[in-house]
Structures are given as structure tokens and as C-alpha cells.
Design a protein around this ligand. Structure first.
Ligand SMILES: [Zn+2]
Length: 411
């Protein structure tokens, strides 16, 4: 069996504080890491490193778990650069442009959609992302939602059925009829390719009754629950997600004290009723608040207050929301930098949220951390410390990425 040793590591971020690490990131120095068969099999003092078939010299760079981007919309066609330019010239974001992308996506071939998914997945990988959730939601017909998920499933296990993204034009004024389609034939066609179900619960999209109906029937079909909630204004989404045991509520820009308290209470609640759809052994209690600062950046909107959530004890994740309308970035380092600069997170909190936090939001224990037994998903930085991800924004610091133990970048 071929083995690979990563050594000369400047700083190892493990996210495993109990393993003798320092702080929530479980920082370790003077260690090396051994990979076999796609798994981390050993971490220990470099001077005791076992012999290995191959070696990667980290050249004193920091090594971190690969980013876990738990919220992305990659299955689409076309772009909306002109809409972005109009917004920057003063027009407000309403979410209405989603229908533009729906039209382009329906008209696209499978290969066109596949090319976009692969291109963006590769772009994210070069920036350190080794786990990526991908949603449907630009097809909005039975056939187009199923094919979106089928294509997404070619590159990730974390696929999410988002038939309830917006009510498509042909159902204008008949949202109940569209929700019936989503809960019936569309879910049936989508479920074989999906791990999760999601709803855009927002004024102008789907209200709490619709969201509850869709999530409940999705859960019955074996899917875990996630929710777009409280992005554009206050609303019932966050508390609905917590009530139903969603793994994550995403955006969380406009929160009441009751919303924050519900999230905090979920973090300490018994996970036995969690609607995660996961197999035994990777259950984790609580609903994560996933913050998507790329969306606020790209819509010039107020950022969510991560400090308020963290101080209340809420588990926070960071993700890109990569989509052609409101956040066309695949860059987790960019999101880390925004979170530190604009959302009052410390660099350590932001790095944790972008790795271990994302894993919690997907109820995964085999990614987002580095310890023996987990998937060998990691990045090597051209910098001695994780601090540089926020300290040097916009700089391509990720030098190498291992995914399932396989180096992705040419050195
Ligand atoms: Zn989204």
C-alpha cells in the first residue's frame, strides 16, 4: 500500500483540541502527517515519522483541513454580470434574477451544465475546498431538477434538492400548485440523487407553511433538512429549521433574539430527533448557522453579526453560496477574510467555521478535521500560519491540496 508523508509543516491546524492541540484549532507544531489509502493514519512528532513511499515537503507552510463549503449552487447556465453591475450602480437585490438563470439552465445541454459544475468545482479545489455541497434549484421542472442533481452527484455526495428556490413563471400566482409539484413528482424524481432538501424561505419565495410542507415530506423521503432563512429580512425560517431539526439554516442575516436563542439551545439539545438523514455514527446534534458573506458582499447588503451568534454559543459555519446571481465566488479564503473584517470573527473562528463548521453543517465527522482515521483532505499554504488567510486577502496562498490523499496541484 502506497504511503505519503507530509512533513516540514510550519503549523498544523487539526481542529481537534483534545489531542494535545492548542486552542479551538488544535494547533500543533513540529509534527508530520502520514496518509495511506486516502486516510490520515498517523500524526506525530516529525522526528518519529514512519518511513513512507512518497514525501511532500510543506516547506514550513501551514497545513489545514480542506475547506468544507456547505452551500453552493453550481448547476446553472449563463451569468448575470450585467445584473451585478446594475446593483453596484444602485439597484436593490430582490432575488428576481433567479428566473433569468432558470431560463438559461432549462435551455442548456447536460454537457453544458456538467462543464460548469466541473469548472467551478476545480476552481474551488485550487483554493482549498475538498468538500462541496451542491444544490439544484435552477431547473424547477421535474426533469430539470432531477438532471441537475444527477450531474451534481457526479462530483459530490452532498447534493441538495432545492426545487423550492422560487416559484417559476409558469406557476405565477399559483404557489400552492407549485408546492404540490415539489412535494410530489419532483421530489420523487429528485430524491434518488439527493442527500438533502432545502427551501428558500423568504418573502417573495416560500412562506413558513410551504417550507414546513416541503421539508416534512422531504424528511419522510429520507432526506436531511437545510433551509435558506432570514437573508433579506426577519422571518420564521430560522426557528422553523431548528424546530424541524435541520442540520443548518443558512444566511441568518436578520435575526431576532428568539432566533439566536433557538439556535443556541439547539446546540446543546439531544440530537436523537435531528432530521439529518445520516447513517448512524455521524449524527451531531444541533442546527448550525451557516453564514454566507459573499452574498452580502455581492449585493452590497449588511453582513450578519457572527459575533452575536458566537457569543450566544451557536455553532457557525462559513460557505460561499457560489451562484451566478448573488455571490459568484468559489473562494473560501475570500469568505474567511470577509468574516474577519466584516463580521467580527477572529481569524481562528473563521478558519474553524470554514472547515469544522462546514462539516458540522453537513453532519460529517470524516472531514473538516485532521486526526487518524479521517479522509486525507488537506491544504498546504504558502504561508506559515492560518492567520495569513485573513491577513493577506486576495492572495493565492493555497499551494497544494490533497483530496482523498491524492495531490491535486502540480508543484
Ligand atoms: Zn443559496
Amino acid at each position: 500500500m502506497s504511503s505519503l508523508l507530509v512533513d516540514n509543516i510550519g503549523e498544523l491546524v487539526t481542529n481537534v483540541p483534545a489531542a494535545g492541540g492548542d486552542g479551538p484549532l488544535g494547533l500543533r507544531r513540529g509534527v508530520a502527517l502520514l496518509v495511506e489509502a486516502g486516510r490520515v493514519v498517523w500524526i506525530g512528532p516529525a522526528r518519529y515519522a514512519p518511513a513512507a513511499d512518497r514525501r511532500i515537503d510543506a516547506e514550513g507552510g501551514a497545513v489545514l483541513p480542506g475547506f468544507v463549503d456547505s452551500h453552493a449552487h453550481l448547476v446553472f447556465a449563463g451569468d448575470r454580470a450585467a445584473e451585478f453591475a446594475a446593483r453596484m450602480a444602485g439597484e436593490p437585490y430582490t432575488g428576481g434574477g433567479i428566473r433569468t438563470t432558470v431560463g438559461a439552465t432549462r435551455a442548456a445541454s447536460d454537457d453544458d451544465l456538467r462543464d460548469t459544475v466541473h469548472r467551478l468545482r476545480d476552481e474551488a479545489m485550487r483554493q482549498g475546498t475538498t468538500t462541496m455541497e451542491i444544490k439544484s434549484g435552477y431547473g424547477l421542472t421535474v426533469v430539470d431538477e432531477a438532471r441537475s442533481l444527477r450531474i451534481a452527484a457526479e462530483v459530490t455526495a452532498e447534493t441538495t434538492f432545492l426545487g423550492a428556490h422560487v416559484v417559476p413563471a409558469e406557476y405565477a400566482g399559483r404557489p400552492d400548485d407549485y408546492v404540490g409539484l415539489v412535494c410530489g413528482p419532483m421530489l420523487t424524481a429528485a430524491a434518488p440523487y439527493a442527500r438533502w432538501v432545502d427551501v428558500f424561505c423568504e418573502r417573495g419565495a416560500f412562506d413558513a407553511d410551504h417550507a414546513r410542507a416541503i421539508l416534512t415530506v422531504g424528511q419522510s423521503a429520507g432526506l436531511g433538512l437545510r433551509l435558506h432563512a432570514n437573508q433579506l429580512g426577519p422571518g420564521p425560517g430560522v426557528r422553523l429549521g431548528v424546530e424541524l431539526g435541520a442540520a443548518s439554516v443558512d444566511h441568518c442575516t436578520h435575526l431576532s433574539d428568539a432566533d439566536v436563542n433557538a439556535l443556541a439551545d439547539s446546540a446543546t439539545a439531544d440530537g436523537s430527533t435531528a432530521g439529518d438523514g445520516s447513517t448512524s455514527g455521524d449524527r451531531q446534534a444541533g442546527t448550525v448557522a451557516t453564514l454566507l458573506p459573499g452574498a452580502e458582499f455581492s449585493t452590497r447588503s449588511p453582513y450578519p453579526d457572527a459575533r452575536r451568534l458566537l457569543d450566544a454559543g451557536v455553532t457557525v459555519a462559513l460557505a460561499t453560496d457560489c451562484n451566478p446571481g448573488s455571490s459568484y465566488t468559489s473562494s473560501m479564503p475570500f469568505c474567511v477574510a470577509l468574516a474577519v473584517r466584516e463580521m467580527r470573527m477572529t481569524p481562528a473562528e473563521a478558519v474553524w467555521a470554514a472547515t469544522a463548521g462546514g462539516a458540522r453543517a453537513l453532519r460529517r465527522t470524516d472531514v473538516g478535521v485532521l486526526r487518524p482515521g479521517v479522509r486525507a483532505d488537506l491544504m498546504i499554504l504558502d504561508a506559515p500560519s492560518h492567520l495569513h488567510l485573513a491577513y493577506r486577502p486576495g492572495v493565492p496562498l493555497v499551494r497544494q491540496v490533497l483530496h482523498n490523499g491524492v495531490p491535486q496541484c502540480r508543484l
